[in-house]
Design a protein around this ligand. Structure first.
Ligand code: FAD
Ligand code: FES
Length: 275
């Protein structure tokens, strides 16, 4: 069950020119968030902006057990979000300081499903999609292939953390070639899968998980359909309520319109009708 909670900011640190890491100490965690779920974050009660904005859970740190090394009760629960400064809401978020309060609603949405039996997860992040897929890689103990693309090297985040975490292939790409492979993450995916043994020849079968800009998700979905690979995509739509009431976030699927905040944000790639 998700509910409104208040949280104190314990960190709001720039990690490059456009991105910050927001660390929150909430009053309460009604439910532990899962990778792929999100929170609606409101910058205090100033109603500026009026509407909360959706952000994927990047990290959830439960408190350490009583009498653990950290002392009695250890630290309190902590939620972390990685956000790109884009418009009015995130500009306001960036101005907020340690000790300020935000309001939260969550965790919301469905989160990523577990990989199928005998399927190797391939995670594909474009830009800030990394915020949603990094915790999935952590949950799967790094036993994933990870493809991560951005426009330029300046926009790549968490590279050293990814290198420490990912136990299979980590493929970095940038559109301008300033880091890793030159080209889009889709061309990196094409190349990666072309070099994998096919399942028909007794090789490994893959399951794709993607988060990033809409054109990238569309390309991943078409690619998965062409190759007959199971894929899940996390959709990013503008949201007003976050709880399924306003219908502002609907997407067309083969089974009618669905709400990204309620039935998503993670959908089976084959389900979405791209218009
Ligand atoms: C499930 C999900 C997870 C996400 N996770 C992340 C993440 O982890 N990190 C990250 O950086 N980004 C994430 N995003 C994207 C993030 O939510 C947007 O970048 C953010 O909302 C931008 O807000 P803004 O006010 O700065 O930008 P703006 O462009 O000013 O506003 C964002 C949108 O909100 C709508 N809006 C603004 N004001 C109103 C209004 N008065 N009435 C109606 N609509 C309005 C507009 O349609 C606008 O396009 C996620 C999005 C979704 C859906
Ligand atoms: S944001 Fe209101 S229904 Fe999804």
């Amino acid at each position: 069950m998700s509910k409104y909670i208040r949280a104190k900011i314990t960190g709001n640190t720039p990690i490059n020119k456009d991105h910050n890491l927001l660390v929150l100490s909430p009053d309460d965690i009604p439910q532990r968030p899962l990778p792929g779920q999100f929170y609606m974050i409101g910058t205090d009660c100033s109603y500026n902006p009026l509407l909360k904005r959706p952000f994927s859970i990047f990290r959830y740190n439960p408190p350490s057990p009583p009498f653990s090394k950290g002392g009695m009760g250890g630290f309190s629960e902590e939620l972390q979000f990685l956000y790109r400064v884009k418009g009015r809401g995130t500009e306001r978020m960036k101005e907020m300081k340690e000790g300020d309060t935000v309001s939260l609603l969550g965790p919301l949405g469905n989160g990523y499903p577990k990989p199928g039996k005998n399927l190797t997860p391939v995670l594909i992040a474009g830009g800030t999609g990394i915020a949603s897929l990094f915790p999935l890689a952590e949950k799967l103990s790094g036993n994933v292939h990870f493809l991560y693309g951005a426009r330029t090297s300046d926009e790549l985040l968490l590279l050293s953390e990814l290198k420490g975490l990912v136990k299979k292939e980590l493929i970095i790409s940038t559109d301008d070639g300033s880091e890793g492979r030159k080209g889009t993450v889709i061309s990196a995916l094409n190349n990666f899968l072309a070099n994998q043994p096919s399942s028909a020849s007794g090789g490994i079968s893959h399951q794709l998980y993607a988060c990033g800009p809409s054109p990238m998700l569309e390309a991943v979905s078409k690619f998965a359909a062409e190759k007959g690979i199971k894929g899940y995509i996390s959709m990013e739509e503008n949201m007003a309520c976050g709880v399924g009431a306003c219908l502002g976030c609907t997407v067309k699927t083969k089974k009618g319109y669905k709400r990204v905040c309620k039935e998503g944000p993670v959908f089976s790639a084959e389900e979405i009708v791209w218009i």
